[in-house]
Write a protein that binds this ligand. Structure first.
Ligand SMILES: O=C(O)[C@H]1O[C@H](OP(=O)(O)OP(=O)(O)OC[C@H]2O[C@@H](n3ccc(=O)[nH]c3=O)[C@H](O)[C@@H]2O)[C@H](O)[C@@H](O)[C@H]1O
Length: 444
C-alpha cells in the first residue's frame, strides 16, 4: 500500500524511476483515453448548463408570463379591490412586510378604518413561514390582499404602481434581529439596503409619488449612554450590522427626500412585542421554552448589571404608525423629478419605561404559571446593547403618540394569544389555563 502511494505521489516532484518508463507510458495512454471521455462529458455538461441558464434568463425576462405568483387580470383586480379605500378621503397604502408581525397589525388597523391596503411580503424563512402564512390568512379573512414578492423585484414594484396610484407606502419589510447579523450579514444588506433602494427608486418614479413611512430601529442609538434616547442624539456608533443598516436607511431615505422630494417619516421602534409576534425575539422564545420545560438563557451586562429594554406593546406601535401616515405631507415630486422641498421626519416610538430581562421572565412565569429554568450568562459581544430607553416627547407633540400598555398587561395579552394559537397541555395543572386563555382569545 505504502509502495503504491509512493509511486502515485512521489515525495519529491520528478523523482520517478526511469526503469518504470514503460509502465508509465501505458498508464499515460490509459489516462489519455479516460481524459478524452471526461472532456466529452465536460462539454456535454457545459452545453446543458448553458441551455439551462439561457432558459432561466428567458423565464426571468418574461416573468409576467411564467411567474405564477404575480401578474394577470385576476391578480390586478385583486390588487385594485384591496387598494380601494372604503371611506371618503381614505388612503391607498402599499404595505411591505405585511405578513410580518408589525405589518399584519398595521394592515388590519388601516383596513378596519376604511383605508385601502395592498400587502407585499417575500415569506422568507428567517422564522417559521407557517406563522407568516397564518397572518396572511388572517389578512385575507379581512379582504386584505398580500402579494408574494420581494422588495428587490423592481419590475413587480413598477407593476404595482402601474396598477394603483398608491398615496402612501408603509415600509416594514426588513431583515430583523440584532444577533442574527453575525450569522447572515448578506441578508441585512439584501433587505435593509438593496431592497430599500429598490423600493425608493419605484416610489420616486411613481406619479403621483407616495408619502413614505418606514421602520428604523432603536438600535441606531448603539453604544450611547445618555438616557432617555432622543432623536437629536448621535447615532454614529452602531453595535450591530442590523443597527448599521437601519442607520444607513435613515441616510438613504434622506437622500431620496433631498433629490426627489419624497416625503419621508422614519420610526425608531423600541423592542416591539405582542400577539402574532416574532418567534426569534426573547419574550416569544422564552415563553416557548418555559412551556416546554426547556432552559432559557438570560444575558447579563458588565459588572453583573441586568440588561433592560423599553419593551413597547404592538397596539401602541400601530397607533404611532397610523398617526405618522395621517400626518405625513405629500411628496413634492413626480415621475422622478423634485418640485420643491419635502417633509423629512424621524420619531422614537417606545414605551419610556425600560424593564430588565429578569423582570420580563418573572412576568412570563406568573402568566404561564410555570417556573423558568434560567441559565445566566455574560452578554456575548454579538451586537447586543445593555439598555434602551426612548424619549418620546417629539412623537407626543407631533403625532399625539401616547403609549398606554405596560409590560404586565401587554405580556398577558401575548400569553393569551400564544396559548390559543399553539395550544398547550403538557401538565395537568396547566390545561385549565390553556383552555381558559383559548376561550378568552376567541372572544376578544
Ligand atoms: O428595538 C429594536 O430596534 C430591536 O428590538 C429587538 O431587538 P432586542 O431588543 O435585542 O430584542 P430581543 O431579541 O427580544 O432581546 C430582548 C432582550 O433579551 C435579551 N436576550 C435575548 C435573547 C436571549 O436568549 N437571552 C436574552 O437575555 C437581549 O440581550 C435583550 O436585552 C428586535 O428583535 C430587533 O429586530 C429590533 O427591532
Amino acid at each position: 500500500m505504502r509502495m503504491m502511494e509512493d509511486e502515485l505521489f512521489p515525495s519529491t516532484p520528478g523523482k520517478v524511476k526511469i526503469e518504470r518508463a514503460h509502465t508509465i507510458n501505458r498508464q499515460f495512454h490509459k489516462c489519455f483515453a479516460s481524459t478524452s471521455t471526461m472532456f466529452l462529458w465536460a462539454l456535454f455538461l457545459i452545453a446543458l448548463t448553458a441551455s439551462y441558464l439561457s432558459f432561466q434568463s428567458f423565464v426571468d425576462t418574461s416573468s409576467g408570463y411564467f411567474n405564477a405568483s404575480w401578474g394577470g387580470m385576476h391578480w390586478e383586480k385583486q390588487i385594485r379591490a384591496s387598494a380601494t379605500p372604503r371611506r371618503p378621503g381614505g388612503m391607498s397604502v402599499l404595505l411591505t412586510g405585511a405578513a410580518g408581525f408589525v405589518g399584519t397589525h398595521v394592515s388590519l388597523a388601516l383596513h378596519k378604518r376604511g383605508d385601502g391596503v395592498v400587502g407585499l411580503d417575500n415569506f422568507n424563512n428567517y422564522y417559521d413561514p407557517s406563522l407568516k402564512k397564518a397572518r396572511k390568512a388572517l389578512l385575507a379573512s379581512h379582504s386584505v390582499f398580500v402579494v408574494e414578492g420581494d422588495i428587490n423585484d423592481a419590475r413587480l414594484l413598477a407593476k404595482l404602481f402601474d396598477v394603483v396610484p398608491f398615496t402612501h407606502v408603509m415600509h416594514l419589510a426588513a431583515q430583523a434581529g440584532v444577533r442574527y447579523a453575525i450569522e447572515n450579514p448578506a441578508s441585512y444588506v439584501h433587505s435593509n439596503i438593496a431592497g430599500l433602494v429598490t423600493l425608493l427608486e419605484a416610489c420616486k418614479s411613481a406619479d403621483p409619488q407616495p408619502a413614505i413611512v418606514w421602520a428604523s430601529s432603536s438600535s441606531v442609538y448603539g453604544l450611547n449612554e445618555k438616557v432617555p434616547f432622543s432623536e437629536l442624539d448621535r447615532t454614529d456608533r452602531p453595535a450591530s450590522l442590523y443597527a448599521a443598516t437601519k442607520k444607513a436607511g435613515e441616510e438613504i431615505t434622506h437622500t431620496y427626500n433631498h433629490i426627489y422630494g419624497l416625503s419621508i417619516t422614519g420610526l425608531r421602534f423600541f423592542t416591539v412585542y405582542g400577539p402574532w409576534g416574532r418567534p426569534d425575539m426573547a419574550y416569544f422564545s422564552f415563553t416557548r421554552n418555559i412551556l416546554q420545560g426547556k432552559p432559557i438563557t438570560v444575558y447579563r451586562g458588565k459588572n453583573h448589571v441586568d440588561l433592560a429594554r423599553d419593551f413597547t406593546f404592538i397596539d401602541d406601535i400601530v397607533k404611532g404608525c397610523i398617526a405618522s401616515l395621517d400626518t405625513a405631507e405629500k411628496s413634492t415630486g413626480s415621475g422622478g423629478r423634485k418640485r420643491g422641498p419635502a417633509q423629512y421626519r424621524i420619531f422614537n416610538l417606545g414605551n419610556t419605561s425600560p424593564v430588565t430581562v429578569p423582570t420580563l421572565v418573572r412576568i412570563l412565569e406568573s402568566n404561564l404559571k410555570v417556573k423558568a429554568k434560567i441559565n445566566v450568562v455574560d452578554m456575548p459581544g454579538n451586537g447586543d446593547v445593555p439598555f434602551t430607553h426612548a424619549n418620546i416627547s417629539f412623537a407626543r407633540a407631533e403625532l399625539g403618540y401616547m403609549p398606554t400598555t405596560n409590560l404586565e398587561s401587554g405580556l398577558k395579552k401575548f400569553v393569551r394569544w400564544y396559548l390559543s394559537y399553539y395550544g398547550y397541555s403538557p401538565r395537568s395543572g396547566d390545561i385549565a389555563l390553556a383552555a381558559e386563555a383559548g376561550e378568552e382569545a376567541k372572544a376578544s
